[in-house]
Design a protein around this ligand. Structure first.
Ligand code: NZQ
Ligand code: ZN
Length: 382
């Protein structure tokens, strides 16, 4: 096992009706900015529950954080915070609103000249405003991690940053808030969570049997419960299982002491920036192709995954059978697995590979995924 340091201070408040407890979780006398997305929380009653819980508090709303939160929109929220002397932010929504909040609370305290440096990593985050979240979409794990992904459409960029200064103070996870999700968005969430686990599990084999089995438990549960959500969107237990799996998939625990890949995510982010794919869609089409290109390197873990998670028999090419079963799962969830499924032209292969090359990225657990390999991966996804 590799050396590691693990720290996670996020308080999780899980279950039906828990939004009512916001008053106890937000510091006394705070002036609160409630961040929301494009309006889903107004339609499904979540915003009303938040307003009710904050009735004795001073707060105002900033709405319009878009899916794949944009730098320019976030900077408008930063201006509002400075103008109104806001001292606590509450993100109410999916991963995009929470990621937006992470950038906003850091940028509100940033003293340098260009807050984009926070995203590119040029600037180190020294301090940030405190914030909490009310999660309405099981997918990213942003509710219990220190990562954020910010897009800047004017530059065609979508980049991740991380800092322990932007951990949420708390996250409320009420599975009932996810009943209103369109089924495709629920499916993208399940696939995102599953791919988070696979990025940390399907890498170089290393002795870490506990982390392996924790990852396998998440994979098996997501594969069992995921398809049910399409059929029974208002089944509390199914929604609760998926929500808790998605949080655990990326709160850092299963990644302790093991090699991590993340090339699928980095390639997927560029596909989203260039062609507007939803995050989960981008992953479903990159992962199988990436696994095929990297099959020999990842064979030991692919075979273990095939045997223990997918229940495959030891015959023929077990690694390929495991990849095919994963691809079949994505299709069962209703997602496309080829660029053509989304009408994306084959030139995407070159566009995305060139962008990653220009950014100087070398991806994968062994940094072997370079421009030519990205081209090979995307060609397989064509
Ligand atoms: O904007 P609103 O109106 O709220 O609608 C959203 C949005 O259109 C809607 N939605 C959310 N909750 C809903 C709902 N609709 C009905 N009922 C509800 N309860 O769903 C749409 C997608 O929401 P979004 O927040 O964009 O989805 P997700 O949670 O998948 O977040 C995606 C973003 O997170 C980043 C992705 O790259 C992407 O930018 N990621 C963040 C990570 C992290 N911080 O650790 C890791 C991930 O790998 C990922 O990269
Ligand atoms: Zn993801």
């Amino acid at each position: 096992m590799k050396n590691f340091e693990y720290y996670n201070p996020v308080r999780i408040v899980f279950g039906k009706g828990k939004i009512a407890e916001l008053d106890r979780l937000i510091p006394e006398n705070a002036l609160v900015l409630v961040l929301t997305g494009g309006g889903s929380v107004k339609k499904n009653g979540v915003f009303d529950q938040v307003a009710m819980a904050l009735k004795s508090r001073k707060w105002e709303e900033f709405s319009g954080i878009e899916a794949n939160p944009d730098y320019d929109t976030c900077m408008k929220a930063v201006e509002r915070i400075k103008q109104k002397k806001i001292d606590f932010v509450l993100a109410v929504g999916g991963g995009s609103v929470i990621d937006g909040a992470k950038f906003i609370v850091a940028a509100a305290c940033y003293e340098g000249s260009d807050p984009w440096d926070i995203v590119t990593g040029k600037a180190k985050i020294k301090t940030a405003l405190p914030f909490g979240s009310v999660l309405t979409l099981a997918a990213t794990g942003s509710e219990m991690n220190a990562g954020s992904v910010i897009s800047r459409r004017s530059m065609g960029a979508k980049l991740p940053f991380a800092s322990e200064k932007v951990f949420p103070r708390f996250s409320i996870l009420d599975p009932e808030t996810t009943y209103s999700l369109p089924s495709h968005v629920s499916a993208c969430g399940v696939v995102d969570a599953l791919v988070h686990v696979l990025e940390q599990y399907l890498s170089h084999a290393i002795h870490a049997p506990l982390q392996d089995r924790q990852a396998e438990a998440l994979l098996m549960t997501l594969m069992e419960e995921g398809p049910k959500v399409l059929e029974y969107p208002e089944d509390y237990n199914v929604r609760a299982d998926i929500m808790w799996c998605a949080t655990q998939a990326l709160n850092g625990v299963i990644g302790c002491g093991v090699f991590q890949d993340w090339a699928t995510h980095m390639i997927g982010h560029e596909l989203t920036a260039a062609f507007g794919l939803a995050h989960g869609e981008s992953l479903a089409l990159v992962l199988p192709a990436l696994l095929r290109v990297r099959k020999e390197h990842k064979r030991a873990k692919l075979e273990q995954y095939g045997r223990r998670v997918l229940g495959l028999e030891d015959s023929g090419d077990m690694a390929e059978a495991a990849i095919a079963a994963t691809e079949a799962f994505f299709k069962k969830m209703g997602l496309g697995v080829r660029l053509s499924d989304y009408g994306i032209p084959n030139e995407a292969v070159f566009v995305v590979a060139d962008i990653l090359d220009r950014r100087g990225f070398r991806l994968g657990e062994d940094r072997a995924v370079d421009g030519p390999m990205v081209r090979e991966i995307l060609a397989k996804a064509s």
